[in-house]
Design a protein around this ligand. Structure first.
Ligand SMILES: *[C@@H]1O[C@H](CO)[C@@H](O)[C@H](O)[C@H]1NC(C)=O
Ligand SMILES: *[C@@H]1O[C@H](CO)[C@@H](O)[C@H](O)[C@H]1NC(C)=O
Ligand SMILES: *[C@@H]1O[C@H](CO)[C@@H](O)[C@H](O)[C@H]1NC(C)=O
Length: 579
């Protein structure tokens, strides 16, 4: 079988055949030379327990013709609607939602008693988005939250993951009072979500904190930040815990350390050569210290929750890590080891301490005395300090050994585990590119990362706390092109199919949060990197549903019919869409 097949087929194949090699992508079509295609698809369909052989045969024929043809420069729809992933492929109580983070959507950066955060300071002093943009107004969600909750309701979301702006509710950290207007804002959000039957899934800390904590003692580099975080978390449990049943203590500590203290591109802009040019920092040492303080902050807050709140409030706490899937660059022992190391230096670094009570053995071996130590008492409270694991997964990438081959100077170091990541092998990318430099479309990565986490942590309950797609950034893109986001639909269908496969094989995954509800402020990339189900007009702040919003709405109703009628103008969208 050597047919022109839509991308969703490549995903299905890689899902059911874990040994399949990454596929070759070119600009217009995915060319597949895959002699076992038939039997593999058959296996898949039998496992799904739905189709007869006749339908299967029909579908193969259908697949060859049903591709909405690319008379559109390859940017249009490339996938088949035949046998798409369904809501009913997931357990009944599975929490489907969407996610945002305070700094990326709220705006109102100085209103109602909020103080300047580290990101406000950083963006004002440096102009941090690509065009000097910042999150001062963002999506103006602070004022439009009711409209946004309506939007979530009409999408049919069962849960909404959002974060609390630390500087809004504790403008001076533990050095000042709680800001009642800040508490009131999140009360309104939580109450209105619950009124609409949407579960609030709260991230306590997602990147932003009061700048005063940076100025006073250097924030996460100092153990004092643990006390501040515990105070913040306790304030959240007390104020919102009667209604909030899902708490993420900290979002992506492994990415915070990398961007803020190794590469130095995020606040507080710390790094050293050869990682970058920063005024201060030490890229080999500071990431370890920052991670240690973040993990201990999590552990202490979780201990308080478990001891003082959980019995009364009945909620769960978790930690979220940024989880790439790493695949060996070549099929050699050294690269296979490098891929394992990459997983351990990210996933193990983040989740071993809050589950097993200490860093992975391999990290002890590599870092020796450079690795901060947990005291026996700390090990005790760190152990089993999470009720669930949060996986933010976007991409798979290759890991290449540096111990026996030439690498960049910034890769061939212990802090990186002596490995380099790359998306390209023999001139072929691991998956279709996106607007994020390290994110490629590799649906099998979802299943691979979930299975890895499942096996390493004895199937601790998991949530996919983020997964999303941003189209490659093109100059002068029209609103129409943004709205007709076939590739985003294709991405989510394929990643969800991959996830469903893991769940069928026993992975205890309890929910999926699509990043993001709407286009928003994408940190140092500004507003031109769009992950949203809704387009946000930067002048009027109108939210306009993309085709993917209609798809998600249908999907959540277990409706497999997808109306892919192209959206022609924003006005027609507003008339067409019933959301
Ligand atoms: C290390 O690299 C050399 C030169 O490329 C190669 O001959 C050798 O087999 C490699 N060692 C291992 C353990 O793969
Ligand atoms: C984008 O628009 C600008 C201003 O109208 C124009 O100068 C530029 O050539 C356009 N770029 C492309 C790739 O069309
Ligand atoms: C969902 O849709 C499929 C067909 O597309 C159907 O077989 C299944 O029974 C539906 N499940 C529910 C819960 O409605």
């Amino acid at each position: 079988m050597n047919a022109r097949l839509p991308d969703s087929y490549t995903s299905l194949i890689s899902i059911v055949n874990p040994n399949s090699k990454p596929q070759t992508h070119d600009n217009n079509n995915t060319k597949l030379v895959f002699p076992l295609l038939g039997s593999i698809r058959l296996t898949h369909q039998l496992r799904m327990g739905i189709n007869s052989v006749a339908i299967y045969l029909l579908s193969i024929i259908f697949a060859s013709f049903s591709i909405l043809d690319a008379s559109n420069n390859g940017n249009g729809p490339r996938f088949s609607q035949e046998n798409p992933i369904k809501r009913s492929d997931f357990p009944p109580g599975f929490l489907f939602g969407a996610a945002t983070a305070a700094y990326q959507v709220e705006g109102a950066y100085l209103e109602d008693g909020k103080s300047i955060s580290n990101w406000d300071e950083f963006c004002h002093s440096k102009g941090c988005g690509e065009n000097g943009e910042n999150g001062d107004i963002a999506d103006n969600h602070y004022h439009l939250y009711m409209k946004d909750i309506e939007m979530m309701h009409s999408l049919g979301l069962k849960a909404y993951r959002f974060s609390i702006s630390w500087s809004r509710i504790l403008p001076r950290g533990r050095f000042g009072e709680v800001n009642p207007l800040g508490i009131m804002f999140y009360n309104k959000i939580i109450d209105n979500l619950i009124l609409k039957g949407i579960e609030p899934f709260v991230t306590i800390h997602h990147e932003d904190f009061p700048q005063e904590l940076e100025d006073r003692y250097g924030s996460w580099l100092d153990p004092q930040m643990q006390d501040d975080f515990v105070h913040f978390a306790e304030t959240c449990f007390k104020s919102f815990g009667d209604r909030v049943k899902y708490w993420v203590t900290i979002n992506e500590p492994n990415l915070v350390t990398e961007m803020g203290y190794e590469k130095g591109t995020y606040p507080p802009n710390h790094c050293s050569q050869p990682f970058g040019n920063c005024l201060s920092g030490n890229s080999d040492i500071e990431p370890l210290l920052v991670m240690h303080n973040m993990l201990l902050a999590h552990g202490k807050a979780a201990k308080i929750y478990h001891e003082q709140f959980q019995l009364k409030q009945g909620g769960l706490t978790g930690l979220v890590a940024h989880c790439f899937m790493y695949e060996p660059f070549t099929n050699t022992e050294l690269d296979r080891e490098a891929a394992k190391r990459a997983l351990i230096f990210n996933i193990g670094w983040s989740f071993d301490p809050p589950i097993f009570g200490d860093y992975p053995q391999e990290m002890h071996e590599y870092h020796g005395n450079g690795l901060p130590k947990f005291s026996p008492e700390e090990k005790e409270f760190m152990k089993n300090s999470i009720d669930f694991i949060g996986i933010n997964h976007y991409s798979a990438i290759y890991a290449k050994d540096c111990t026996n081959s030439t690498c960049l100077e910034s890769s061939n170091r212990v802090i990186k585990g002596f490995l380099e990541i790359t998306a390209e092998r023999d001139g072929v990318l691991i998956g279709d590119p996106t607007s994020m430099p390290r994110f490629f479309v590799v649906p099998r990565g979802m299943k691979e990362i979930v299975d890895y986490v499942k096996n390493r942590y004895n199937n601790t309950p998991m949530f996919i706390t983020e997964n999303g797609y941003s189209s490659p950034n093109v100059e002068n893109v029209s609103v129409e092109e943004i709205l007709n986001d076939y590739k985003r639909i294709e991405f989510h269908q394929a990643y969800l199919a991959s996830l469903a496969e893991s769940i069928r094989n026993g992975a205890d995954v309890r929910g999926y949060f699509l990043w993001s509800l709407m286009d928003n402020y994408e940190w140092t990339y500004g507003y031109n990197v769009r992950f949203g189900l809704h387009y946000v007009d930067r002048k009027t702040f109108d939210r306009i549903p993309k085709l993917s919003a209609k798809w998600y709405q249908n999907f959540l109703k277990n409706n497999t019919f997808i109306d892919l009628t192209p959206i022609t103008t924003p006005e027609s969208v507003l008339q067409q869409a019933d959301i």
